[in-house]
Design a protein around this ligand. Structure first.
Ligand code: DSN
Length: 402
């Protein structure tokens, strides 16, 4: 048992001492973590508030209803399902609610910025549905004309947008018009950008989409979990059935309580400032790399892509491994039209949601670009680079105090 406590302490130390630039991670607040680790984990509650298959659900009914109410308030929607255990589960629930087996799904592939659950050959999504992928334009941006053409030809059941490594704002109004023209559902996977939407730092797609799925632990800064949102009463009925009993059994009421706490925190003016600060830090770092002559994607969100092959003559994997040695945690990522394998890649995905939660300021975002640039170029040795990383982490809020 002692081993487990030691590992937890060591992980806390790692989180405090490393600069976390992984775009999909964040640091949840004490209150979110308290509910996620609470006695609510003891309760079975299959079903929905007031329609459960177990006794003793009075309190968890109120908790889940509050989570639904706050999710709706946060995103300005009529209906929410807060039970999905993850983003992939949320996507599966939506597919099963809105498609029959072998129906057509039109989405972006994993190697261009989509997600495994958007129809990757190794995922359930491609085994159950007929997947067609649109691709990005040469400028790395969505090619709406191509999506329009493919949608007209294929007549998909669902057009899916919302990605894991796309740094630009998505024109959901344009996609809505395309979907309506061809009679498709428009589904948004807002897992990465949900916090920016909630914090009013980027436009809210909910008025334009039939349904949106999300995780709650990325920019939203909640517990690990999933979420589904819609304004359509018929769709939420299908989603609810598809979630339980279709895909999942008992909901995780301790996580649902932590989601409710996260939604309440995200409704505060402080959170709106946080969401805007993420954009400033991300753009500051991206622009500094560009000034240094490195090849970056540009950004309008919480992330950007750094082409390590063109900038430093090394793969994303080499750059990730090298940066780990000085305490910078980052993930290799396929770039649009990347010729390298997913385990190698030509670049890195860099995000600032996590460090902004620790109070990182734009000057340090700029400083991080210099450390990475100089170190990967070979102009800064490992000892000096590690010292500079420590000088930044020592200024940040400790993860246990967020
Ligand atoms: N694996 C997540 C990410 O890193 O973007 C998506 O689920």
């Amino acid at each position: 048992m002692e081993k487990l406590f030691t590992l937890l302490e060591e992980e806390k130390k790692r989180q405090n001492e490393q600069l976390n630039l992984i775009a999909s991670e964040n640091f949840a607040s004490k209150n979110v973590r308290m509910f996620a680790g609470s006695i609510l984990t003891n309760k079975y509650a299959e079903g929905y508030p007031k329609r459960r298959y177990y006794g003793g659900c009075e309190k968890v009914d109120e908790i889940e209803s509050l989570a639904i109410e706050k999710a709706c308030e946060l995103f300005g929607v009529k209906f929410a399902n807060v039970q999905p255990h993850s983003g992939s589960q949320a996507n599966m629930i939506c597919y099963m609610a809105l498609m029959n087996e072998h129906d057509k799904l039109l989405s972006l592939s994993l190697d261009q910025g989509g997600h495994l659950s958007h129809g990757s050959p190794v995922n359930f999504s491609s085994k159950l549905y007929e997947v067609h992928h649109y691709h990005l334009g040469k400028d790395g941006r969505l090619d709406y004309e191509l999506i329009h053409q493919m949608a007209k030809e294929l007549k998909p059941k669902i057009i899916l947008a919302g990605f894991s490594s796309y740094p630009f704002i998505i024109d959901f109004k344009k996609l809505h018009d395309i979907a309506k023209e061809v009679g498709a559902y428009l589904m948004a996977d807002i897992a990465h950008i949900a916090g920016l939407i909630a914090g009013k730092a980027i436009p809210n797609p909910l008025p334009y989409v039939d349904v949106a799925t999300s995780t709650t632990h990325k920019t939203l800064r909640g517990p690990r979990g999933g979420l589904i949102l819609t304004n359509d009463e018929e769709i939420i009925k299908k989603i609810n059935k598809s979630c339980f009993p279709g895909v999942q059994g008992g909901p995780l009421e301790h996580i649902i309580a932590a989601k409710a706490m996260c939604f309440m925190e995200d409704l505060s003016p402080d959170y709106q400032k946080y969401a805007h600060d993420i954009l400033v830090n991300t753009k500051t770092c991206n622009d500094e790399f560009a000034l240094l002559g490195d090849v970056v994607s540009g950004t309008e969100t919480h992330l950007f892509l750094l082409n390590t092959k063109k900038s430093f003559g090394m793969s994303g994997k080499e750059a990730e491994d090298k940066l780990a040695k000085i305490g910078i945690t980052v993930n290799k990522n396929m770039l649009p039209f990347d010729e390298e394998k997913p385990a190698i890649t030509s670049g890195l995905r860099i995000g600032f949601a996590a460090l902004t939660s620790r109070g990182l300021k734009p000057n340090d975002a700029k400083f991080i670009a210099h450390i990475i640039h100089d170190y990967l170029k070979g102009d800064l040795d490992i000892y000096r680079a590690s010292g500079l990383v420590k000088s930044i982490t020592s200024r940040l809020i400790k993860v246990e105090n967020i």
